[in-house]
Design a protein around this ligand. Structure first.
Ligand SMILES: Nc1ncnc2c1ncn2[C@@H]1O[C@H](COP(=O)(O)OP(=O)(O)OP(=O)(O)O)[C@@H](O)[C@H]1O
Ligand SMILES: [Mg+2]
Length: 755
């Protein structure tokens, strides 16, 4: 009984869907025909045109539109036509102005931010060519998008990607992407959609040149040229995870990005102005409601700006360079639908001025979905649809999958990509399989299993559309040679000279870490240790042998404490900044050498303040030799020890790039150095005695003894107090040697990422 009623409802639904298919298929055909009339790659076939035709399908053709006009006017006209309808309803220019501002969201572009609403309302009556929105948009874009960008046409054919998963005994190959084909032109927004794990991020990384490995197949071209290093400075890439410095404010983050990334031809003031423009463009300015611009970004341990604001800062970080190609991985995840709409509106505005935008997206609202020009739908790494976003529903209807109830198109597409046909018509080709399944299992729900649906969709796309699309993409782009040769140049473009990069990174490092360093916890830790030492060795006696032996214990402890402490602080340096370094180096923001030097020297002033405090307390409480030269030489010795120990920490961190492994190795090394330091054991077997020369504790201890007792006696506590030059030489060699090792390890890691 139940089965009978079910099948009758399915038939009814199918009849409805068949009617819908016929209507939609007719529309689809006519849209395709109109599309084929335009040659690919010309500016006419660019994003703007695609947006035109998409609007045509979505809203129905408008008799007002003429094909001879230029692209931008055309879009504006289509908007103005919509607005005119509103105008009739609202019958007031001011109301319209406010309504359009409110609905379009972003404060910079279309609201009264640049042009007050009253002025708009008072301006001359609307004509198709001069609507307030256009006036505002033009003004604002003039403000932000100053230089023209190199247009980049991105094409990708049969892109495949495999990963090799190494098990305990065997290696397994796993296909992540299977033959993805598509193209996106300047002026267009391409959306990548698909269920979680379908390969969106992987595809985005491949297209953005972030995954260059031997397991990548197919071709990806930019203006018909392969990826080159030049593109690094023309690509903006917003990653799925927000990678930002938590202690910098929104303004500082964007200012540093502007100073590092914008071309050298701009002055510092121009660069900073650009950063301010971006802040306004993304609605991140401080106002009566929030002081976003001056708020710290924040992170897991520090409260900062909201998730949505953080995402916008990430977008700002990339659009600040006026990129030709902008990639975004889930820019709207975690945002409310209005903010998401604003963000996508920004992307559309960016695309409209000739940039190519590619974004992955999870759950767009229907309004948001209609803002995309092109769409790629992925399912388990395979292509289920590539084409105009507005034609996706028509295409799926033409293969027998139509929504049976009113549904958000994005929801419908994601259901399909997941193989879930609930409230979606079942294609006739799959019906037999459904019936077979129903007879096999008693729990059959009248829908084919997801794997079968997936297979059907992949086959349908391959047999109906894939070949035509591939042929279209095979045709070379009618671009002039200059555009092609620019893209293929392997010359990198740095935004600042080496010295400027160093200075900017140095200041940024100090700003980012001053909070860490001046934490009361750390100061208390050092000062309390110093006070306890001072009390234990209170006014110790250096005149007797016993007294000197006691003091030697204190000096050895100082050598160990200031050897141990910096190693464990420095270990975190590179592993903690790995994500940031990877992101910024992938965008060619600075040279590795400038970063390395800035990173290692920006810590120094702060690292040397605490030992000064420590020594001031211990030295005078313990009653060590009271003379300026003895005090300053002891201080210098401790400094040498700290810088050498830091070098070791940096080298271990940069080589292993893994905190757990790094701390384990560091604790073994530091312990070995401490034991070989010459205090605990004096008679060391020859075959192991060399180890002490590698120990900075040993050299520091010897130097401290020499400073205190050289003019009193030649040997203290079994250690000779000779000239001390060897020790100084050894510490200096360690300072540079360990750092060089750390630099080589970082470079190797970078090369590994780029290879
Ligand atoms: N290096 C890798 N090693 C193993 N598996 C990988 C690797 N890279 C990607 N994958 C797998 O490939 C699939 C696609 O990953 P990807 O991150 O591209 O998915 P996604 O569509 O972006 O998902 P989400 O929407 O959740 O972000 C996942 O199943 C992932 O586990
Ligand atoms: Mg992803």
């Amino acid at each position: 009984m139940e089965k009978g009623s079910h099948s009758s409802s399915t038939t009814l639904a199918r009849t409805k869907s068949d009617q819908l298919v016929e209507t939609l298929a007719a529309a689809f055909k006519s849209a395709r025909q109109s599309d084929q009339q335009t040659p690919p790659g010309t500016s006419e076939s660019g994003g703007t045109l695609s947006r035109k035709s998409s609007k045509r399908v979505m809203m129905g053709a408008s008799p007002r539109r003429s094909s001879g006009e230029n692209n931008n006017t055309y879009i504006r006209k289509s908007r103005s036509a919509q607005m005119k309808l509103d105008l009739e309803e609202l019958s007031s220019g001011a109301a319209l102005s406010r309504a359009s501002s409110a609905s379009l969201g972003l404060s910079f572009s279309f609201t009264g931010f640049t042009v007050p609403p009253d002025e708009i309302a008072d301006s001359k009556p609307f004509s198709d060519d001069d609507i307030p929105e256009d006036v505002e948009a033009r003004t604002c874009k003039m403000k932000f998008q100053t230089e023209p960008t190199l247009p980049i046409y991105l094409k990708f054919t049969d892109v495949t990607y495999k990963v090799i998963i190494k098990g305990m005994t065997s290696c397994e190959e796993r296909d992540i992407l299977n033959g993805i084909t598509g193209a996106v032109n300047p002026g267009e927004v391409l959306a990548l959609m698909g269920p979680s794990g379908s390969g969106k991020t992987t595809l985005l990384n491949l297209l953005g040149g972030r995954l260059i490995q031997s397991t990548v197949g197919g071709s990806i071209t930019y203006n018909d040229q392969p990826y080159s290093k030049f593109l690094k400075s023309r690509i903006g890439f917003v990653t799925q995870d927000d990678v930002l410095f938590p202690h910098l404010t929104v303004e500082e983050t964007l200012m540093y990005a502007a100073r590092l990334r914008l071309p050298k031809v701009l002055t510092r003031q121009q660069k900073e102005k650009r950063a301010v423009d971006v802040i306004y463009e993304l609605g991140l300015e401080s106002n009566m409601i929030c002081r976003c611009q001056d708020t710290m970004i924040g992170g897991s341990f520090v409260r900062g700006v909201s998730g949505g604001e953080r995402k916008r800062v990430c977008i700002g970080n990339e659009i600040i360079i006026n990129p030709s190609l902008l990639f975004l991985d889930e820019p709207t995840s975690g945002l409310d639908s209005t903010t998401a709409l604003r963000t996508i509106q920004t992307l559309q505005d960016i695309a409209e001025v000739g940039k190519t935008v590619i974004t992955t997206i999870h759950q767009p609202s229907s309004r948001l979905f209609h803002k995309f020009d092109k769409l790629i739908l992925l399912g388990k790494g395979s292509l289920l649809y590539f084409g105009k976003a507005s034609e996706a529903i028509v295409y799926f209807s033409s293969i027998g999958c139509s929504p049976l109830i009113a549904m958000n198109p994005a929801e419908f597409l994601l259901d399909l990509a997941n193989g879930n046909l609930t409230d979606i018509s079942v294609p006739s080709e799959l019906e037999d399989k459904v019936q077979m399944e129903n007879s096999e299992t008693e729990t059959g729900n009248g829908k084919p299993p997801p794997a079968v649906v997936h297979e059907y969709l992949v086959e349908a796309y391959e047999s109906r559309v894939a070949d035509t699309e591939k042929k279209k993409l095979m045709a070379p782009l009618p671009l002039d040679d200059e555009l092609k040769s620019k893209v293929s140049s392997s010359k990198r473009q740095w935004g600042a000279s080496w010295w400027q990069q160093y200075c900017i990174l140095f200041c940024r490092g100090i700003k980012e870490r001053k909070h860490d360093y001046f934490s009361w916890l750390r100061i208390t830790q050092v000062l309390s240790t110093a006070i306890i030492l001072g009390l234990l060795w209170w006014q110790s006696d250096s005149k007797t042998i016993r007294g000197r032996q006691d003091q030697a214990g204190l000096l050895f402890f100082i050598a160990v404490f200031w050897g141990f402490f910096p190693v464990f602080t420095a270990i975190f340096t590179f592993p903690q900044e790995r994500a940031m370094l990877g992101k910024e180096r992938a965008a060619d923001m600075y040279r590795l050498s400038a970063y390395f030097l800035a990173r290692t020297t920006s810590d120094l002033p702060l690292d040397l303040i605490l030992p000064v405090l420590f020594l001031l307390v211990v030295y005078f409480m313990a009653g060590l030799r009271l003379s300026a030269s003895h005090f300053f030489l002891s201080m210098l010795t401790v400094f040498l020890c700290i810088v050498a120990a830091q070098g070791l920490g940096l080298a271990i961190g940069a080589t292993l790039m893994d905190l757990k492994r790094a701390t384990t190795l560091a604790s073994v090394t530091v312990m070995t150095f401490m034991l070989a330091g010459g205090y605990f054991v004096k008679k060391v077997p020859v075959f192991i005695s060399w180890i002490r020369y590698m120990s900075f504790n040993y050299h520091t201890y010897k130097l401290l003894l020499k400073v205190q007792y050289q003019d009193i006696m030649p040997t203290v506590n079994g250690i000779k107090t000779d000239s001390g030059l060897k020790e100084v030489g050894a510490l200096v060699a360690m300072i540079f040697g360990y750092r060089f090792l750390a630099y080589l390890s970082l470079r190797k890691m970078q090369l590994h990422c780029e290879a």
